[in-house]
Design a binder for this molecule. Structure first.
Ligand SMILES: [Fe+2]
Ligand SMILES: [Fe+2]
Length: 270
């Protein structure tokens, strides 16, 4: 299928109502993980009722990245091994992944990209409130692309193939009449995510405050690392500088280093 042949027929707005709602139990787990009194025992009680999340947590804890001994870890030890931040990453991503089923290589690459952004955002946060905000905003910053791959996998795949990378907002608008930032913002609102998360998703390519500038820079540097160019484009630095100050230069190096460290653990998430 070519992009040209589908441009005229596809309208995201008409399919907007077919986007599923999120699973209430999974969202409850995520809320517990975000709460101040989240502890391993409480999280374990909730996770043990969810076989899919349990399996993923145990699989990651027993992967070569964490495990060097022969003994197989159960759920409790697995939670202690990978930590609550990683459990949060698994629970929110599976909440969204299960609803937006798309088994293509591009969907997998997009999730790997999103995990990297989330783990780096957590590591750069200075307090709990910021960590919660930036983590969710980073993990879901490209929610719109995930929705495009769910609603129109053939069209979006053709766009990626024609560009040789994830398409820019202008091409998305020409094809679907809206971009992934606009679509992601609309769906995050439909799913009742907090306003600051909706804001990050909607402005991660055109930052309007500190949060969106940080996610914009993280996203940009990760994209460049994925292309084998571990440095930032000057035009992006101009966009984020008003919100991040002169510290942005050190941030670029930190993001590149953490991207390299995190790619190993991310491989074990699939
Ligand atoms: Fe994006
Ligand atoms: Fe991105």
């Amino acid at each position: 299928m070519t992009v040209e042949s589908t441009k005229a027929q596809f309208c995201v707005e008409k399919r907007f109502d077919t986007i599923p709602t999120l699973d209430a139990t999974r969202m409850r787990l995520f809320e517990v993980l975000q709460s101040d009194d989240a502890d391993i025992e409480r999280v374990e009680r909730i996770i043990s009722t969810d076989p899919a999340v349990t399996a993923k947590v145990i699989k990651l804890a027993n992967s070569p990245f964490y495990r060097h001994a022969q003994q197989h870890l159960g759920l409790h030890q697995s939670l202690l091994t990978i930590g609550l931040d990683m459990v949060k990453c698994i629970s929110l991503s599976m909440t969204v992944m299960d609803r937006l089923k798309c088994e293509t290589r591009y969907a997998r690459d997009l999730w790997a990209h999103s995990y990297a952004a989330a783990l780096i955002a957590i590591s750069l946060s200075t307090n709990k409130a910021e960590k919660d905000r930036l983590f969710t905003g980073a993990l879901l910053h490209d929610l719109g692309r995930m929705i495009f791959l769910f609603l129109a996998p053939e069209v979006y795949t053709a766009l990626i193939d024609s560009e040789g990378c994830r398409p820019g907002e202008e091409l998305e608008r020409q094809t679907f009449s809206l971009s992934h930032t606009e679509l992601g913002e609309a769906v995050a609102r439909k799913w009742n995510f907090p306003g600051e998360i909706v804001g990050i998703i909607g402005s991660h390519h055109r930052p309007v405050n500190h949060d969106s500038a940080l996610i914009c820079l993280i996203n940009h540097v990760i994209c460049r690392c994925e292309m084998g160019i571990p440095e930032a484009d000057p035009s992006y630095l101009c966009m984020v500088r008003p919100f991040l100050g002169d510290g942005y230069k050190d941030l670029v190096n930190t993001i590149v280093q953490r991207y390299k460290t995190n790619t190993v653990v991310i491989e074990n998430l699939f």
